[in-house]
Design a protein around this ligand. Structure first.
Ligand code: CP3
Length: 349
């Protein structure tokens, strides 16, 4: 069993830096596109054998962790907000949630009953994997933004309006999402997930004071509960480095760092008592290999061989990335990082 990833999450020394990529299974891979020609995205997610197969596809690159193939939006349907992935448009929620009545009609789901297919994929994977398995969910703000906007958004104006103008409705919505995510991640851990990641992908739309006031209380409840399970909880957000301090204060065993901040600055702010994950700019992955390696070397140099660094991109891998570059980068991180470690004179205390 390769346990570098879990050791790094726990700040233990490793033989080389563990590496995995957010959205590592997906459209940049020819094997994924071949399956997608036969099944829809939701069919892949809802058929445990297929979800397990897709999860395993990128492991041929030598990654140090697997992430179960699913989507952050899956709990929305059983909550009472059905959606589809419309070609070219991304997710479309059929009836956006914009007032207190609609919020009150949302259901608190029982994950065993309505998301059992994700749990079953996790059980199948645990019997096959030689690397740790990560479960995941969307964080409440990011899920709320999909429910309120009805799909993708750039400014999140409706979400921010609800948050600022109707705090009671907002807190009721966030409270329900927090409870659904809490149950779902606990169920994933019970099914065998060895770490979980919360994706707060769009929280960077907020400034630090609004985050502290309207999001952090819910995140504290959620993270405090998940941290009692004993498995590492990766707390990831993107878009606004000014949120790093309040997000780290809200909790998480490992902080996911986006690429808009230097990894060394981010880690200092988070504190070296917590592990960090990141943070190569995903756009670098379509540059020539020398550029990818130069930028990856900078990330590793900023991590400086300290225990507790999980190499990743600063956000998800994009569909235009050549698979060969993923394989080459995994090798590069594995072969570069021991040399950095041996050059480090004094171990971090
Ligand atoms: O990391 C993995 O390999 C696990 C799979 C995974 C998917 N979605 C599969 C997927 C994970 C971790 C996610 C998380 C997710 N989903 C996030 C958070 C991560 C991030 O990037 O911020 C978000 C915001 C979503 C919502 C979502 N799902 C969007 C916006 C889209 C459409 C994207 C697009 O460009 O069309 C999806 C669909 C989706 N989820 C795909 C995959 C592989 C593409 C589906 C397809 O094959 O057409």
């Amino acid at each position: 069993m390769n346990d570098r990833f879990l050791r790094a999450c726990r700040l233990e020394p490793v033989d080389s830096t563990p590496v995995w990529f957010m959205r590592q299974a997906g459209r940049y891979m020819p094997e994924y596109r071949a399956l997608r020609a036969r099944y829809s995205m939701l069919e892949l997610c809802r058929t445990p054998e297929l979800a397990a197969e897709v999860t395993l596809q990128p492991l041929r690159f030598g990654l140090d962790a697997a992430i179960v193939f699913a989507d952050i939006l899956l709990p929305l349907e059983p909550m009472g907000a059905p959606f589809e992935f419309a070609a070219g448009e991304g997710p479309v929620i059929h009836h956006p949630i914009r007032d207190l009545d609609a919020i009150d009609r949302l259901r608190l789901v029982d994950p065993d009953e309505s998301l059992g297919y994700v749990l079953q994929a996790i059980r199948i994977l645990r019997s096959e994997l030689q690397v740790p398995l990560i479960g995941f969910a969307g964080a409440p703000f990011t899920l709320a933004s999909y429910l309120v906007e009805g799909g993708r958004s750039s400014q999140f104006a409706r979400t921010r309006r609800l948050m600022l103008a109707e705090p009671e409705a907002w807190n009721r919505l966030m409270g329900k999402l927090t409870e659904v995510v809490r149950r779902f991640l606990r169920a994933q851990i019970e099914a065998g997930a060895q770490a979980v990641q919360l994706f707060d992908s769009w929280v960077g739309a907020l400034g630090p004071d609004d985050y502290a006031c309207s999001v952090a209380p819910h995140m504290r409840t959620l993270l405090a509960d998940l941290e009692t399970t004993g498995v590492p909880v990766i707390h990831f957000g993107t878009g606004n480095p000014a949120l790093l301090d309040p997000m780290a204060r809200a909790g998480g065993t490992v902080m996911g760092i986006d690429w808009r901040v230097r990894l060394d600055d981010a880690w200092r702010r988070v504190g070296f008592h917590k592990a960090v994950q990141g943070n190569l700019d995903p756009a670098v992955m379509i540059a020539p290999r020398e550029v990818i390696q130069c930028k990856a070397r900078e990330v590793l140099a900023q991590a400086a061989g300290r225990p507790g660094h999980v190499f990743n991109l600063g956000h998800g891998i994009t569909p235009d990335v050549p698979p060969d570059e993923v394989a080459a980068l995994v090798d590069f991180v594995h072969t570069q990082s021991p040399s950095l470690r041996s050059r480090r004179a004094v171990p971090a205390s």
